[in-house]
Design a protein around this ligand. Structure first.
Ligand code: SAH
Length: 249
C-alpha cells in the first residue's frame, strides 16, 4: 500500500531551529510522507529550513502552521506522541515497529493519524502528551536517550513506510475512531458533569483527568462509542437538574 495515499501527518511542536524543520521535511520525503504541520515554530519560513530540506521544499511549502497542538490534531482518530523519557505519570509507551503497524492499520481504513514531536530542548509537555492517545519511544542508550528531532522522525517514518509496504488490501469496514476534538469535548462535558455532582479528585496530585484520559486513550473509542458516552453524561446531567429543582424549597 503506497504510504503517500495514507492520511498520516507529522506534527512538530515549538521547534526552535528552522534547520531541523528542513531536515524533518527531507526525512519525510525520503520515506514517502508528505503532510507536515507546525505548532508555534520559533522561525518559519526560514532560509535555513529550505537549505536543510535539500529539495524537499514542496513539503515546507504545503506545511500548515497552528497556534496549539489541538489545532493540528483535532480531526485525527489516532494521535501518537513521541518521547525519549518516561514522565511522572507513567504513560505506557510502545516501540516504533508496533507503533508503525498501528498507524498504518488505522490510516488504511480512513482515520487521520498524527505523529507528534516535541521541542528540541524540552520535548512534549505533560499536557501535550495527554492529548496523544499513544506514546512511542525509540529505544536508545539509557544514559543518552534523546535523538535529534529529524533523526527521530526518520526512524519512525522508516518503520511506518515498511509497515505500509507490508500492508495488503483492507477488508475491514470499521466505525471511524472518535477524533481528538470529539474526545476533548467529551472530557470537558464529563468534567462539568462531575463538578455538578460534587465528585472529588482523590488522586494524590490532582491527576484525575489525566488518568481518565489514559483510560479512554487505551480504549481507542470510536465515533459511535463517543456518542454513547456523551449521551450517558447528558443523562446524568439531566438527573442532576431534576434533583436540584426538587431540592429548592
Ligand atoms: N528532553 C526531551 C528531548 C527532546 S528531543 C525529551 O525527553 O522529550 C526532541 C524530540 O525528538 C522529542 O520531543 C521527541 O519528539 C523526539 N525524540 C528524541 N529522542 C527520542 C526517542 N528516543 N524516542 C522517541 N522520540 C524521540
Amino acid at each position: 500500500m503506497p504510504l503517500t495515499s495514507l492520511p498520516i501527518r507529522i506534527v512538530l511542536v515549538a521547534t526552535s531551529h528552522p534547520g531541523n524543520i528542513g531536515a524533518v521535511a527531507r526525512a519525510m520525503k525520503n520515506m514517502g510522507l508528505q503532510h507536515l504541520h507546525l505548532v508555534r515554530p520559533l522561525q518559519f519560513p526560514h532560509a535555513e529550513a529550505t537549505a536543510r530540506a535539500a529539495g524537499a521544499d514542496d513539503i515546507l511549502a504545503t506545511a500548515v502552521v497552528h497556534d496549539d497542538l489541538l489545532g493540528a490534531v483535532a480531526d485525527c482518530g489516532l494521535v501518537v506522541g513521541t518521547s525519549a523519557r518516561q514522565r511522572h505519570i507513567p504513560f505506557a509507551s510502545i516501540e516504533p515497529r508496533e507503533c508503525a503497524r498501528l498507524v498504518v492499520d488505522k490510516a488504511s481504513v480512513g482515520n487521520a493519524v498524527a505523529l507528534v514531536f516535541g521541542a528540541e530542548r524540552t520535548g512534549l509537555t505533560n499536557f501535550e502528551l495527554s492529548q496523544c492517545g499513544t506514546l512511542v519511544t525509540i529505544p536508545t542508550n539509557e544514559q543518552y536517550s534523546s535523538l535529534n528531532i529529524a533523526m527521530a522522525v526518520q526512524i519512525i517514518a522508516y518503520e511506518v513506510s515498511l509497515a505500509a509496504r507490508d500492508k495488503t488490501a483492507v477488508i475491514e469496514a470499521l466505525e471511524p475512531l472518535a477524533t481528538q476534538d470529539e474526545l476533548e469535548q467529551f472530557y470537558v462535558h464529563l468534567q462539568s458533569m462531575l463538578a455538578g455532582t460534587g465528585f472529588r479528585d482523590h488522586t494524590s496530585e490532582g491527576h484525575l483527568m489525566s488518568r481518565v484520559r489514559r483510560l479512554f486513550n487505551r480504549a481507542q473509542v470510536d465515533r459511535n462509542e463517543i456518542r454513547i458516552l456523551r449521551g450517558i453524561v447528558s443523562a446524568a446531567e439531566g438527573k442532576q437538574r431534576v434533583n436540584t429543582v426538587g431540592d429548592t424549597p
